[in-house]
Design a protein around this ligand. Structure first.
Ligand SMILES: [Cu+2]
Length: 145
């Protein structure tokens, strides 16, 4: 085999995953992202699970969507039988842990929808982390009730 062919074979093996893949560190990911259906101009909520398999903590500092005027983090809690929502400025996610946004708990408040969100639509959300890092999420729109 000529040198040129050998190089080509190595490149092909790498491109096709034929050789042992280089160790790619697992990075931040989001799963189970969904948002509640709502009319244009209204407020809705979005939920997701943010996993941090990295070796260092990250801090979620905000979120935004091209389909909303703003996206803010909220925490729902019950006090004296009343349900309150408190804004949350930032949320750390320690290494190896997950941050859960769920109904009646931590959630993303999606304010001022620029269009109607119907079941089956996708709501794009960009999560922003301390240091300027971002993560794009596509939340599936559902109409649970
Ligand atoms: Cu809220």
């Amino acid at each position: 085999m000529s040198y040129r062919l050998t190089v080509l074979a190595v490149l092909l093996a790498a491109a096709c995953g034929g050789s042992a893949p280089p160790a790619v560190p697992a990075s931040l990911s989001v799963h189970d992202a969904w948002a509640r259906s709502a009319d244009s101009g209204m407020v809705t909520a979005a939920y997701l699970v943010l996993a941090n398999p990295e070796s260092a903590a990250v801090t979620l500092t905000g979120a935004s969507s091209p389909l909303a005027e703003s996206v803010t983090m909220h925490m729902t809690h019950e006090m004296d039988g009343m349900v309150h929502m408190m804004p949350v400025d930032s949320a750390p996610v320690v290494a190896g842990d997950s941050l859960v946004f769920a109904e009646n708990a931590r959630h993303l408040m999606v304010n001022g929808l620029r269009r109607k969100l119907s079941a089956g639509d996708s709501l794009p959300i960009t999560l922003t982390f301390a240091g300027g890092r971002t993560l794009d999420v596509a939340a599936v729109v559902k109409a649970p009730y």
